[in-house]
Design a binder for this molecule. Structure first.
Ligand code: ZN
Ligand code: ZN
Ligand code: FE
Length: 730
């Protein structure tokens, strides 16, 4: 047997029957971390093979072997870790062939110790013996280590001095129990840790990090503990316990066990189980749930190196719990939830990356630079699309550096030389500017419209070529006509689309500012619906926002100064959220819509009338027409939870009506849903059901997030479909 960069080669000799059985068993019972993409069998001249041996790995010319994601500690390792008789008793870096760090420590392939950050540690004779023994469960476990030869843990103060501690974990736990904040180095980067049951610690963490409302993840020892403060169904439990160990969004239970400040005004807690032995030991020592949030400055990438941690996180924490195994690739925790009875990924990072998405057709090697928010990049090779870990919002230099480093890293570990470059249509995005600067390295550069990328991404997951009816509902994306799109009904093929319908264009007074300040969209909708008469309505909004601010906004809109047109569905949510007094200002993306969903009771399915009209060949949802009945409800004292519910139901009906008309005209029966709006569980589930009831074949994201993290993959799909189309025609 030999590990090559192209996969595993096994030479066996025996009777035809035995060999057939051998091949059958490999397919049927692969080792727990093996991912079989295909098995090829070739006949060789007969040679009698005695015993079992593994040859030295070959680098090889064609690197198509898959690099494994990081895997949570397995139960065998965990029981050794808690066995006082074991030589690795309480060793925080215990791992084996079935578990441990992978993607975050790999510098190059093939995946062998010298190509990882474990190369600095020389195996002791006992570890080496296990490593070489085919009968041992640590046989060829590259990060294998023990107390005497492997990485070690230490505690440091904020000035970078080691803190004397016989047992760094015990000491760290005592600090946490004392209400202190710690930086803890994990698998893909640092966490900021605090006692999740104490409001004072969590508030301290928020104040220091200047992160006031965005929910913080909570780590608990097991599913039972999570049940004490959140609803955990069977699907949620298996997602929590899966080897990927994502943060799982769980509905809050009415309890004061977890500090209110962990996820204020949010209907969910983000909960995860420990995934490294270090986390298990720390959690046991604390005996309570811990806040474990990414160690970073507000919008910057997660901190991964020790020196960097002292510099950047020193102001947030009281001590550092660190180790000396280097993190080569930063990787945030993944986030997922159960929706429509299945796991849905919201942030696809640690545990999932770099597993590819398999495509129906082979590709020309492509680099797609993704979107501006929740950026990921995508590289393709043959029929595999490798979507990177979460990189972040491309609004600072540090994130841009991580973006470039990730492209470089993926190109080298996958030995990929992309010939095609795909990017967003927006001329000013950092990802577009980068693409234009790098153009000379590529044979072709292709710009892809944001919402076409959304729909194509979901099509690519399901191997659809189109035509489909694509409902792309999200915040913002640059449109072909230079306006801001976001409530789009496309008739789409993988390589092209037609904007068949959309939400009406409203003004976004203040441009980008209107995204952070939903009250601006509320005024925009009110002004469109009622004109100056809006001011005579007895609305709370007028008591919250000063009159001169309203005056300025009206003038901006009258003169169309810094007020781009938008058909965004997300902005409609913002407007309703502000009108109902939920959110006039947001501190994180999607907050207004999340809190509106949380407040809506969904007890009744009454909905508002709406208009779908054809204007110059395009079907428009007059979204402002919803505002009249909505305002009347509000003035009549209808409960806000009821109004929110009616609003949600109306949207679902409007989508269904869009699709029905599009089907009548085009004969297309396949509907594809994509865009950040479908992270709203009610809308996602109700829309899928309603459309299915109307006989549509409905496709949703199963492998990638429905938010902008799927854009890079969609761009790669569109670019390759466009290439195939131009090959056919020319
Ligand atoms: Zn293990
Ligand atoms: Zn050892
Ligand atoms: Fe989007």
């Amino acid at each position: 047997m030999i590990n090559t960069a192209g996969g595993v080669e096994i030479e066996v000799s025996g009777t035809t029957k035995d060999i057939d059985e051998f091949v059958f068993l490999i397919n049927k019972n692969p080792p727990s971390l093996a991912y079989i993409t295909d098995v090829r069998v070739e006949e060789l001249p007969f040679a009698s093979i005695e015993g079992f041996s593994i040859e030295h790995s070959r680098g090889g010319a064609q690197r198509s072997a898959l690099v494994s994601p990081d895997v949570c500690v397995c139960s065998d390792c965990l029981s050794e870790c808690y066995d006082p008789g074991d030589r690795r008793f309480r060793y925080p870096f215990i791992n084996c062939t079935n578990c441990g760090p992978r993607y975050t420590i790999i510098r190059d392939i093939p995946y062998d110790r010298p190509n990882t950050t474990m190369s600095e540690f020389v195996m002791c004779p006992r570890c080496l013996e296990e490593y070489k023994d085919p009968e041992d469960r640590r046989f060829h476990a590259q990060p294998d280590a023990c107390w005497s030869c492997g990485p070690s843990l230490s505690l440091w103060d904020t000035r970078g001095n080691p803190m004397p501690a016989g047992d760094p974990i015990r000491k760290a736990a005592d600090l946490l129990l004392d209400g202190r904040i710690l930086a803890v180095k994990g698998l893909g980067g640092f966490h900021l840790a605090a006692d999740a049951t104490r409001n004072d610690s969590v508030t301290l963490l928020r104040t220091r990090k200047q992160r006031f409302e965005k929910p913080l993840a909570v780590m608990v020892t097991d599913v039972e503990t999570a049940r004490a403060f959140a609803d955990v169904g069977p699907e949620e439990a298996s997602l929590l316990e899966s080897p990927q160990r994502p943060i799982v969004l769980l509905a809050k239970k009415n309890t004061r066990y977890i500090a209110e400040q962990v996820a204020p005004l949010n209907p969910n807690f983000g909960v995860l189980l420990p995934y490294t032995p270090l986390h298990y030991l720390l959690l046991d020592a604390v005996g309570k749930p811990l806040v474990m949030t990414s160690g970073n400055l507000s919008e910057e990438p997660i901190v991964a190196a020790n020196e960097e941690a002292f510099q950047r996180l020193g102001a947030f924490v009281d001590a550092f719990l660190m180790h000396n195994r280097k993190i080569h690739q930063r990787c945030d925790d993944s986030v997922a939830r159960v929706s429509g009875g299945k796991p849905r990924i919201i942030r696809r990072s640690r545990g999932y990356v770099p597993m590819p998405v398999f495509l129906e057709e082979s590709t020309v090697e492509t680099l797609a630079t993704g979107g501006e928010l929740k950026n990921t990049v995508c590289l393709t090779k043959e029929n595999r699309a490798f979507v990177s870990q979460h990189i972040g919002d491309m609004e600072n230099l540090e994130t841009f550096e991580l973006f470039k480093a990730t492209i470089h890293h993926l190109e080298s570990i996958l030995e990929l030389h992309p010939r095609i470059l795909a990017h967003d249509l927006h001329p000013d995005y950092m990802t577009t500017v980068f693409a234009k600067e790098e153009e000379h390295r590529f044979e072709k550069r292709i710009a892809v419209q944001h919402h076409h990328a959304h729909i194509a991404s979901c099509m690519g997951e399901h191997g659809l070529q189109g035509p489909v009816i694509g409902l792309a509902m999200d915040g913002t994306g640059y449109g072909e006509d230079g306006t801001v799109w976001g409530g789009e009904v496309l008739l789409a093929h993988a390589d092209r689309y037609e904007r068949w319908g959309h939400f009406s264009n409203l003004l976004m007074p203040g441009g980008e500012k209107a995204i952070k300040e939903p009250w601006r969209m509320a005024v925009s909708f009110l002004y469109r619906t009622f004109g100056e008469r809006m001011r005579s309505l007895n609305l709370d909004l007028w008591r919250r926002i000063a009159e001169d601010q309203i005056d300025v906004l009206v003038q901006m809109m009258d003169k169309e100064i810094n007020s781009p047109q938008t058909s965004s569905c997300g902005r409609l949510f913002d407007a309703v959220s502000s009108l109902l007094g939920i959110r006039d200002f947001v501190t994180y993306e999607g907050q207004a819509a999340i809190e509106l969903e949380a407040l809506s009771d969904f007890k009744e399915s009454h909905e508002y009338p709406f208009d779908l009209v054809r204007e110059k060949g395009t079907v428009i949802l007059k979204s402002e027409s919803l505002f009249e009945p909505l305002v009347m409800d509000l003035l009549n004292g209808v409960h806000r939870g009821t109004i929110g519910s009616r609003f949600h139901h109306t949207l679902v009906s409007a989508w269904a009506e869009f699709c029905t008309r599009a089907r009548e005209e085009s004969g297309i029966n396949q509907v594809v849903l994509s865009g950040g709006v479908f992270q709203n569980r009610f809308l996602f589930e109700t829309a899928s059901e309603r459309l299915a009831c109307k006989g549509f074949e409905v496709y949703v994201h199963d492998k990638l997030p429905t938010n902008d993290a799927c854009i890079s993959f969609g761009q790669a799909v569109v670019a390759n479909a466009a290439l195939r189309a131009s090959d056919r025609s020319g």
